[in-house]
Design a protein around this ligand. Sequence first.
Ligand code: SF4
Ligand code: SF4
Length: 291
Amino acid sequence: MRIIMVTAGNYGARVVNTMAVHGLAPQIVAVFDYTGEGGDFLDDPSSLLPSRTPDADLTVAAGLGGDLNLVAAEIAAESGSGGIIVESHAPGQLPDGLRSEIDSLVDCAIFPTPFCSLEPVGDPHIDAFASRFGKPEVEMEGNERVVSVKVKRSAPCGSTFYVAENIRGVPLDEVDVAAGEKFHNYPCLASMEVDPRFGDTHLHVAGYLTREAFKRAAGVPGAHAEVDPEVCRGAECGFICMDVCPLVRLSMGTIRRGVTAEVDPFSCGACEKCMRECPSGAKKMMGPGKR
Ligand code: SF4
Ligand code: SF4
């Protein structure tokens, strides 16, 4: 697979570096860096196109603001890329109108928000990328403590590799807390501003996704919301907890709708939003320090 990277700023550089260090260097056929170029609105995005664009199968845009993402889409079209991945890690980075314009230029455009929520979508080239970078996934060895961690899929910024390297020796029942702490040490460059699309910050969501990977691998769910099925009145409240859960709003299956609401304890980020909004008091927080 031939990949073109279109980047700007520290975030873009970090993604390119992660991909190159962790196995995709031979597949990157060009990096077009737009650090310091443009703004949210460009009169003529085509004026920023490179003089020569190599053929490619996939274009990845990372760290671009506003109309610079259109430049990436035009590069993708020019290169023959069937797919483009345009990440966003801050609110307002990619308005709906811009997504539609990008959609119209490339066969398959996807917009992972944040980038570390990316999973396979059914496009061969995007899925080849998403098998290695996107929503974190790890395998862990260890009985009572973490002995080793294999990263199956890393957040594109590389934070999953960092957490994996620094979590060895931690007791399995402390993996949730330790993974959260290591993740915040990295540091993640995602925004701390609340995104109205999902009612939380990109930084927090990135942390939830990282902790989920390590909790699943450890087999210990850590802090999470739990529903009392005797108390839950989902049919009456309209499953309001699903409307406020940032992960459900990002299409993760964190809360399922059955006869009552059901929380996946590994996916839950323990943000407590559902507990605060539940009109029946059916949600309580479980796990270390929560009972
Ligand atoms: S847990 Fe609370 S908010 Fe969620 S469906 Fe049940 S009653 Fe409604
Ligand atoms: S605490 Fe509730 S709202 Fe927050 S992530 Fe878990 S299930 Fe979703």
